[in-house]
Design a protein around this ligand. Structure first.
Ligand code: GUN
Ligand code: FE
Length: 429
């Protein structure tokens, strides 16, 4: 264990965090006291300062806002170099831009370069935890875990599995599905802050044998969740129905292999039938809403209203490279617009909950992260709401925290992220 990464420090700033969906806590002029990487105490300056040990190092960020690190519920580590590729819908886009790029992750040097760049982008944008799809290569996946370990990031990842409807070099040997995943699980799952998550790309690119092998792994490791894509695009949904005629619905394909349950992550979920909503609710399977991606690929509009009605755990995802920003602020601003065109309310509180505690709950990581409850890992970010001239002008006379948060969500990006801390340790960004 690398103790030097778990730091004791006191942070002076204004703090925002959530105790639950409806309970935001705003502490102006507060102190966060971190002991050995975990939250020891948080509160108003006068209260906390009397408890602080004399020798503690204090960082003064007065006037800045400190949030728990942002959480990206769905992102592809092997797609950075294809972000913003012009003009095709999902299935064409995958074939034209994404598969040729993912093939390059066969080369470990490229994989290492790419994954370092990827994590730097996450951190620069204030994202301290993510559920990540690497390429299908076990070596590239190991490189990703090693890099996250070196950075001391809490992540979820698992090699992307596919053995059909992809270029030959991107197809797994079906009979190796169990052992390749198993080896990675044994080596990395629960090592420091790493979590393995089983990752069949989507129903179209896995044979029934492969889907079954992943179901077998889920049975062997019941605490390990599954992440995949669900009902993103109408052509995709049509193909799944043709390919799996015995299944009642797209979700039913995943259900039949035992993938659903707490912490499992279904990205997109745009074209769901009532039975699918009900089944997600019953199993408390999470949805990851990826608005930048859904608009960029012209996929469709996520129905946040239904998701709320069925009380399904929800996270927001950047879905880079289909999403066109690593910033969870920009992702939240697009979620606002996707809700607005459907006349659904989506406040700044809704957004900041989803990219902190809500995301942590959806990823089943909320015992460790998501807010500043005593004992949680102290991953946090320092935000300057006045980072741009436009924001200075807009916020000159604003003193209401909801207004400030809304402007931050609609105009903010990586320029607003001034510092990032992992377990109390400042990261170079
Ligand atoms: N569906 C299957 N694979 C992908 C992917 O890489 N990106 C997105 N957005 N959807 C997918
Ligand atoms: Fe995706």
């Amino acid at each position: 264990m690398n103790m030097t990464k778990k730091v004791s420090i006191a942070i002076k700033a204004d703090f925002i965090h959530f105790l639950n969906e409806d309970e935001m806590v705003f502490i102006p002029k507060g102190i966060l006291w971190v002991e050995e990487g975990k939250v020891k105490m948080i509160g108003e300056e006068e209260k906390v300062s009397s408890f602080l040990p004399k020798e503690i190092i204090t960082k003064d960020y007065s006037g800045k806002l400190v949030f728990p690190g942002f959480i990206d519920g769905h992102v592809h580590a092997a797609q950075t170099q294809a972000i913003a590729s012009y003009g095709k819908r999902l299935l064409d886009w995958l074939e034209t831009y994404i598969f040729p790029l993912e093939e390059k992750f066969e080369n470990n040097d490229f994989a290492r370069h790419s994954v370092r760049f990827f994590f730097a982008q996450l951190l620069r944008n204030g994202t301290t935890t993510a559920a990540i799809f690497p390429s299908r290569h076990p070596e590239a996946t190991a490189i990703l875990f090693e890099e996250a370990l070196r950075l001391n990031m809490r992540i979820l990842a698992g090699k992307t599995n596919m053995d059909r409807n992809a270029p030959v070099s991107l197809r797994d040997k079906t009979e190796l599905t169990y052992s390749e995943n198993n080896q990675l699980i044994e080596k990395y799952h629960n090592s420091e802050r790493l979590n393995y998550i089983l990752t069949p790309r989507f129903a179209i690119t896995s044979s029934e044998e492969q889907l079954q092998a992943i179901g077998d792994l889920k049975k062997t490791y019941p605490k390990i969740a599954v992440q995949t894509h669900l009902s993103e695009n109408n052509h995709e949904v049509g193909n799944v129905k043709k390919m799996f005629p015995k299944s009642k619905s797209y979700l039913d394909v995943y259900d039949s292999y035992g993938y659903l349950g707490k912490g499992s992550l279904m990205a997109h979920a745009i074209f769901l039938e009532d039975d699918e909503w009900k089944r997600l609710a019953k199993t408390q399977t999470s949805i990851v809403h990826c608005p930048t991606s859904n608009l960029f690929l012209g996929s469709g509009l996520f129905d946040l209203q239904k998701c709320r009605k069925y009380k399904i755990p929800l996270a927001l995802g950047s879905d880079v490279g289909a999403g066109n920003s690593f910033s969870m602020l920009r992702t939240a601003s697009e979620a606002y617009k996707v809700a607005a065109v459907q006349d659904i309310e989506f406040t700044a509180r809704n957004a900041f909950y989803l990219i902190t505690l809500g995301g942590a709950k959806a990823l089943n990581q909320d015992v460790f992260i998501g807010n500043f409850e005593v004992g949680k890992e102290a991953d946090f970010i320092v935000v300057d709401t006045m980072a741009t001239e436009l924001m200075q002008e807009r916020l000159r006379d604003s003193h209401n925290i909801d207004e400030i948060l809304f402007v931050l969500m609609m105009l903010g990006d990586d320029r607003n992220i001034k510092s990032v801390y992992l377990q109390g340790n400042k990261v170079e960004i």
